[in-house]
Design a protein around this ligand. Structure first.
Ligand code: ZN
Length: 129
């Protein structure tokens, strides 16, 4: 996950989805593999037949980090959300509406959105059950 999601040809569908609060992830039409961060070929079978598809938004916590800052005193949690569609299919977002002390690895998440400039970015809340 070291690549940042700059806006380029491969990531454009992702950002256009974010504008409409749709989490669009590239999927290989040849083998069904989901590809994220976006690439121009399938990372499983190298097919170039890939297309953005909306995912369910259901996920679970794969990992998380808590960031604390001094002024203004605050903290926020960034979650590595593993999407239900595929193992290790991970979208990074801020945890919202949830007590950071009340989360653990594997907890279920639902997709939510934070507004950012002229678009939205994915964020996640803790799902019940
Ligand atoms: Zn493929």
């Amino acid at each position: 996950m070291s690549r940042s999601l700059r806006i380029d040809f491969d990531t454009l569908p992702y950002w256009e989805g974010c504008r409409q609060k749709k989490l669009l992830i590239l999927r290989c039409l040849a083998c069904g593999f989901w590809i994220h961060p976006p690439l121009s070929v399938c990372s499983s079978c190298w097919s170039e037949k890939i297309k953005p598809q909306e995912v369910s938004g259901k996920a679970s916590i794969y990992s998380f980090t808590t960031t604390k800052q001094r002024e203004p005193a605050s903290s926020f949690v960034t979650v590595w959300a593993e999407l239900r569609e595929q193992e290790r299919l991970i979208v990074i977002g801020q945890l919202i509406g949830t007590d950071p002390a009340a989360i653990k690895i594997g907890d279920p998440l639902f997709l939510d959105w934070l507004s950012h400039e002229d678009h939205f970015v994915p964020a996640f809340g803790k799902a019940r059950g």
